[in-house]
Ligand binder design. Structure first.
Ligand SMILES: CN(C)C(=N)NCCC[C@H](N)C(=O)O
Length: 288
């Protein structure tokens, strides 16, 4: 099993993550809180209330977790494709796999990464939703003092299952959309690259960026549900399950609820995934 894909997946994911985290914080707040009038309002309030640091809340844990999550995604994807087509990453330009194989390998990667991602994503969402400014003398401390305290508090209050709150929605979000992610990437690379050649850096950037946008556009409805279920344990708003969360969100806010955070998700997806794919291809090429 080639290990380079796992390492390349980790490094490229970390680069994309740092670039995209401020957008991600705004997205999570728009999806789970009703106090903001839109992206700009959320950005202005976050900056005024919490300074620039507010945008980077909850980032330390994803930086650690991306090592696991992105290496599982890219490693499983590439190894699943190897099992399906008997071609390595280097051979795939000369003998391109079918889009069905790419889709199945992407879904497999998405399914397995969702379970690794679930506890890290839960902690990230809980920390991003803490809107208190940095602790001032005399002010009440935030509920969670940091990622470890957050994980320990959830574990104490709800047991190990609590750490997997929203995992179902996350799996449903990621399994098909990661199939779409890799199919879009491969298709766009194929369209603008002569047969048998490696795509240029510009092609990889554009194809990676659009793969990010396409997958996040399709992922946004379940992303909203996932974030709400992850926050539900905190307030009295505990849903009876995924379907209950869908029904009560639509009843209260209409169908538009599924598109909360769509613009910011797409704006974030382009640079994050352009950089992720460029560094992934570059690393695998240079280890060659
Ligand atoms: C639609 N979904 C779930 C994805 N495309 N997931 C792949 C993640 C890629 C990158 N780390 C990101 O956060 O955009």
């Amino acid at each position: 099993m080639p290990a380079e894909e796992f390492v390349a997946g980790w490094i490229s994911g970390a680069l994309g993550l740092v670039l995209g985290h401020p957008f991600d914080t705004v997205k999570v707040r728009l999806q789970t809180q009703t106090t903001y009038q839109g992206i700009i309002d959320c950005m202005v309030k976050t900056y005024r209330h919490e300074s620039l640091l507010g945008f980077f809340k909850g980032m330390s844990f994803p930086i650690v977790s991306i090592a696991v999550v992105n290496s599982v995604l890219f490693g499983v994807y590439s190894n699943a494709l190897l099992a399906l087509t008997a071609t390595s990453h280097q051979e795939r330009r000369a003998q391109p796999p079918s889009y069905t194989h790419v889709f199945i390998a992407g879904c497999t990667g998405g399914f397995l990464q969702a379970y690794c991602l679930a506890p890290f994503d839960l902690i990230k969402v809980r920390l991003q939703n803490q809107t208190e400014p940095r602790a001032q003398p005399g002010s009440p401390p935030p509920r969670y003092r940091g990622p470890v305290h957050c994980a320990a508090s959830i574990f104490q209050a709800e047991g190990p299952r609590g750490l997997f709150r929203g995992a179902w929605a996350l799996t449903l979000r990621d399994t098909p959309t990661l199939g779409i992610y890799f199919v879009t990437y491969e298709w766009l690379c194929h369209q603008s690259t002569p047969d048998g050649q490696n795509p240029s850096s510009a092609t990889v950037l554009v194809a990676g960026g659009f793969a990010g946008i396409t997958s996040w556009v399709t992922a946004t409805p379940l992303d909203v549900i996932k974030s709400r279920m992850q926050m539900a344990g905190l307030e009295q708003r505990a849903y009876r399950g995924l379907l209950d969360c869908v029904v009560s969100s639509v009843r209260q806010e209409g169908l538009g609820v599924f598109f909360r955070g769509l613009t910011i998700n797409s704006a974030r997806a382009f640079p994050v995934n352009a950089v992720t794919f460029l560094s992934y291809e570059y690393l695998l090429h240079s280890w060659g």
